[in-house]
Design a protein around this ligand. Structure first.
Ligand code: FES
Ligand code: FES
Length: 168
């Protein structure tokens, strides 16, 4: 645990999308703001009160709303944001599925939705529609009505399963 006086900054280390960052943060600074200041601006702030899910990232293998974590609590963590999903200029299958199924309009919720879907499909490679609805229940979208997001997650599951099959 890091102990700092309230007016001091703490030095923390984060590994984000495979890159190591050493940063000084105020003890009250939320992880979502630390990530955005480091340039990971896909991580959105929709509410700051853990309601909307726009700030969702993967932290140490689990999906986390980064507005519910202090930067200093994340010290030593491995974090993945949407910026870390595409490889060699190619979109991740979940990103492709969102694109091709028109699963976004304004796009504000989309990075959080995609990271939550990423975690859901790691946990449950063949989710039922009910499991998908439950899985994204902490992520709000004010534009799409969710239908195409659910279609996209089903499509992403099929694409990822196909890839896994091709690797056998
Ligand atoms: S900004 Fe974190 S849940 Fe809304
Ligand atoms: S696409 Fe606009 S909030 Fe979801």
């Amino acid at each position: 645990m890091i102990i700092v006086d309230k007016d001091q900054k703490a030095k923390i280390t984060l590994r984000i999308n495979g890159e190591t960052h050493e940063v000084e943060v105020e003890p009250r600074r939320l992880l979502v703001h630390v990530l955005r200041e480091l340039g990971y601006t896909s991580v959105h702030v929709g509410c700051d009160t853990s309601n909307c899910g726009a700030c969702t990232v993967i932290m140490n293998g689990r999906s986390v709303k980064s507005c519910t974590v202090l930067g200093i609590e994340a010290n030593g963590s491995e974090i993945t944001t949407v910026e870390g999903l595409s490889k060699d200029g190619k979109l991740h299958p979940i990103q492709e599925a969102f694109w091709e199924n028109h699963a976004l309009q304004c796009g504000y919720c989309t990075p959080g939705m995609i990271m939550e879907s990423y975690w859901l499909l790691k946990e449950k490679p063949n989710p039922s529609e009910e499991e998908i609805r439950e899985g994204i229940s902490g992520n709000l979208c004010r534009c799409t009505g969710y239908q195409n997001i659910i279609k996209a997650i089903k499509d992403a599951a099929a694409r990822l399963n196909q890839q896994a099959y091709q690797r056998l």
